[in-house]
Design a protein around this ligand. Structure first.
Ligand code: PMT
Length: 404
C-alpha cells in the first residue's frame, strides 16, 4: 500500500494562521499525514492544542526542548517530510529564511530539509510590495523555494490589495502539484543489503558480528525517499524497518545471496551488510555440551561473496553496484584494492578499528571511492551519509552510462 504523503506545516505569526487549521483539515481529508511546527508568533494566533487536535499529531515548538528532541529530533523532522509548507509566512519569516538564519526550530528545519519547500506569504499590502520583501522573495525563488502567491482583497489591517494568504484549497492544489512531480529515483529499482549475517554452529550458537543495520537501513530509507522501489535484504537487526517496497529478513550469507538473486533485476545494488566471510563446514544438529569433551575446533569454509557476484554477473548486472569496505589500517588503499578485486563501481570505505564506533554507532566517517577518485566526507550521522550517498547515486544515474 502506498505510504500517505508526509507534510510538515510551519505556522508563523500572521493573522491568517486561522486558515492553516482549515488547511490541515483538508490535507487530512486527502489522507496526508500532517506534522506541524508552531513558531512563537504563530502560537499568538492559534493554539498548539487546536493544531494537534486537527492534525492528530504532536505540535513541535522549541528547538531546545529535550522532550521534543528525544521523541523526534529536528533533523528527523526535517527529513521525514515529502514537502514542507510555510503557511502563513510573514514578512519577517521570509526575511529570516532568505538570510539562512537557524535561530529557532522552524528556520533550523528549513535549512536541514532536502524536501521541496512551499511558502504561502501573508502580510500587509505595503509590506508585500516593499523592496526588501521583493528582494527576499526573489532570493528564495532562486534558492528553489516555491510560492503560492497571496491574493488581493480586504486585508485584516483594513487596507486592500495583494497580501492576503492564498485560500487553503489553492495551497492544497499547490502541494498536490509538488507531490506529483517525479522524484529523482522514480522508476528506479534498488537492492540494499544491511546488518550482519549469523552463521550457525549448532542449534543454539552462531558466529556473528556487531553490525546493527543502522547504516544499511538508512541507505534503504534514503533511496526510498527519493522515489526508488527498494528491496531491503537484512540480516538480524533490531532497527525498525524503513518504509521500503520489499523487506526480506535472512540469517545466513547463503540466505542473503538467495534473497538478493530473487530481487534482481535492479538498477542499483548497495551492499552495506557485514556478511560473514566464513561459515562452519559441518553444522552440528545437536547442541554441543561441556561434558562432550575438550573445547571444540571448527573447520570453516568460505561463504559466497554476494557483492562480487552482483558486480560480476554476466547477465542482469545492476547499472550501479556500490560496496562497503570495513577496514583497519590503510583504509583508502585497502578499499581501493577491494573495489578492483570485487569489480563494483564504487566502494564506501569506513574505518572500523578499535576506537571507532562505526559498528553499532550513529555516526560514520566514510571515503567514497570511485574508479577516478577517493573523496573523504566529514564525520556525519549515518542518516546523513545515507542521504549524501543517495544524492550521488541519483546524480550518477542521471548521467549517460559512459560518463559514470
Ligand atoms: O550496521 P552498522 O552497525 O550501521 O555498521 C555499518 C557497517 C560498518 C556494517 C557498514 O558501514 C559496512 O562497512 N558494511 C560492510 C561490512 C563488511 O562486511 O565489509 P567487508 O570489507 O568485509 O566487505 C566488503 C563488501 O563485500 C561489503 O559490501 C560486504 O557487504 C560485501 N561482502 C562481504 C563478504 C561476503 N561474503 N559477501 C559480501 O557481499
Amino acid at each position: 500500500m502506498a505510504e500517505p504523503p508526509r507534510i510538515l506545516l510551519i505556522v508563523t505569526g500572521g493573522i491568517a494562521a486561522y486558515k492553516s487549521l482549515d488547511l490541515v483539515r483538508r490535507l487530512r481529508e486527502r489522507g496526508a499525514r500532517v506534522r506541524s511546527i508552531l513558531t512563537r508568533g504563530g502560537s499568538e494566533m492559534v493554539t498548539p492544542l487546536s493544531l494537534a487536535a486537527l492534525s492528530g499529531e504532536k505540535v513541535y515548538q522549541e528547538l531546545f526542548s529535550l522532550t521534543d528532541e528525544s521523541e523526534m529530533g529536528h533533523i528527523r523532522l526535517a527529513r521525514d517530510a515529502d514537502v514542507v509548507v510555510v503557511a502563513p509566512a510573514t514578512a519577517d519569516f521570509l526575511a529570516r529564511m532568505a538570510t539562512g538564519l537557524a535561530d529557532d526550530l522552524a528556520t533550523t528545519v528549513l535549512l536541514a530539509t532536502t524536501a521541496p519547500v512551499l511558502v504561502a506569504p501573508a502580510m500587509n499590502v505595503q509590506m508585500w510590495a516593499h523592496p526588501a520583501t521583493r528582494r527576499n522573495v526573489a532570493r528564495l525563488r532562486s534558492d528553489g523555494i516555491r510560492f503560492v502567491d497571496p491574493g488581493s482583497g480586504d486585508l485584516a489591517c483594513g487596507e486592500e490589495g495583494p497580501g492576503r494568504m492564498a485560500e487553503p484549497i489553492d495551497i492544497v492544489g499547490a502541494i498536490e502539484t509538488v507531490l506529483a512531480q517525479p522524484k529523482p529515483l522514480h522508476n528506479v529499482r534498488a537492492l540494499v543489503t544491511s546488518g550482519p549475517t549469523f552463521e550457525p554452529i549448532d542449534p543454539v550458537r552462531y558466529f556473528g558480528n556487531r553490525s546493527s543495520g543502522k547504516q544499511g537501513h538508512a541507505i534503504a530509507a534514503a533511496l526510498a525517499r527519493r522515489g526508488a522501489e527498494v528491496t531491503l535484504v537484512t540480516g538480524p537487526s533490531a532497527q525498525p524497518p524503513p518504509p521500503v517496497a520489499t523487506l526480506t529478513e535472512v540469517e545466513t550469507a547463503e540466505e542473503m545471496l538467495a534473497a538478493c538473486r530473487q530481487a534482481l533485476p535492479t538498477d542499483i545494488a548497495v551492499c552495506a551488510a557485514a556478511v560473514a566471510d566464513w561459515k562452519v563446514k559441518a553444522v552440528r544438529t545437536q547442541k554441543l555440551s561441556r561434558c562432550d569433551g575438550p573445547p571444540p575446533r571448527y573447520e570453516m569454509e568460505e561463504n559466497p561473496d554476494i557483492l562480487a557476484q552482483l558486480a560480476q554477473a554476466a547477465a542482469g548486472r545492476p547499472r550501479l553496484v556500490v560496496g562497503f569496505a570495513a577496514e583497519t589500517g590503510d583504509v583508502v588503499d585497502r578499499a581501493r584494492a577491494k573495489r578492483e578485486r570485487k569489480q563494483c563501481d564504487w566502494i564506501v570505505a569506513n574505518d572500523v578499528s578499535g576506537a571507532s564506533d562505526v559498528f553499532g554507532g550513529d555516526a560514520n566517517t566514510v571515503h567514497l571511492i570511485t574508479p577516478e577518485a577517493a573523496e573523504t566526507w566529514p564525520r556525519l550521522s549515518k542518516d546523513e551519509v545515507a542521504d549524501r550517498l543517495a544524492e550521488r547515486i541519483a546524480d550518477a544515474l542521471a548521467e549517460p552510462a559512459d560518463a559514470r
